[in-house]
Design a protein around this ligand. Structure first.
Ligand code: NYM
Ligand code: MG
Length: 211
């Protein structure tokens, strides 16, 4: 096992287009880490359970409209409202596997035409992921996977723009994962990378800040 008693937990983020397979890969990764004796929690952003999350959810389901800048800041605030809990969990030695983070925040808003640097600004100071696993798939292939759920943004032409913006966000923590492989092959890669980073964090790797 990776050891449950020494250092901090790892902040592991899965990113990608809608229908790239993030949610099932996150769930499988969290279960796997548990079997390895790694204390772990699976999180997601947006966190729709909070008051801000409910505003975001109603925007995404097209029940409400909001100015592009305002909804961008709301997505960011939804991460900030979880900041102290994220930091506390990591410090306690709990690894967090998170479905989407600041990368989605910037990519989706920038795809609407907002300036990239403006989009990044409110993320500055959030805990930085130790590992970003980007599930790399074309917008066409993702769209071909049983269709979208009908939320705002779930349109092929828009997803193509989002993919272009994701490409501008590769940082030191970023790892591309070929998401056209089988679910099992993808999970194998994700497990290997995750175990490595969990061990590094456990043995003293410093928690960084965005960006
Ligand atoms: N999304 C997600 C954003 O536009 N900004 C953000 O900061 C985050 C975290 O919300 N299409 C978008 C991406 C998705 C949508 O996410 C809902 P999910 O993972 O499908 O529930
Ligand atoms: Mg979705």
């Amino acid at each position: 096992g990776a050891g449950a008693n020494a250092g901090r937990g790892a902040l592991i983020v899965l990113e990608g287009l809608d229908r790239s397979g993030k949610s099932s890969q996150c769930a499988q990764l969290a279960s796997f880490l548990e079997t390895q004796g790694v204390p772990v929690e699976a999180w997601r952003f947006p966190d729709r359970t909070t008051a801000m999350g409910q505003m975001i959810s109603s925007y995404l389901s097209c029940q409400t409209s909001l100015d592009d800048a305002a909804i961008h800041l709301l997505f960011s605030a939804n991460r900030w409202e979880k900041r102290s809990l994220m930091e506390a969990k990591l410090k306690e030695g709990i690894t967090l596997v998170i479905d989407r983070y600041s990368y989605s925040g910037v990519a989706f808003s920038a795809a609407k035409g907002l300036a990239l640097d403006w989009c990044k600004a409110p993320e500055v100071g959030l805990p930085a992921p130790d590992l970003v696993l980007y599930l790399d798939i074309s917008a066409e292939m993702a769209a071909g996977r049983g269709g979208y759920g009908g939320e705002r943004y779930e349109k092929l032409e828009f997803q193509k723009k989002v993919k272009q913006k994701f490409k501008l966000l590769k940082d030191a923590a970023w790892q591309n994962v070929d998401a056209t492989q089988s679910i099992d092959s993808i999970q194998t890669v994700i497990r290997e990378e995750s175990i490595k980073i969990v061990n590094e964090c456990n043995s003293g790797r410093q928690l960084m800040q965005m960006w």
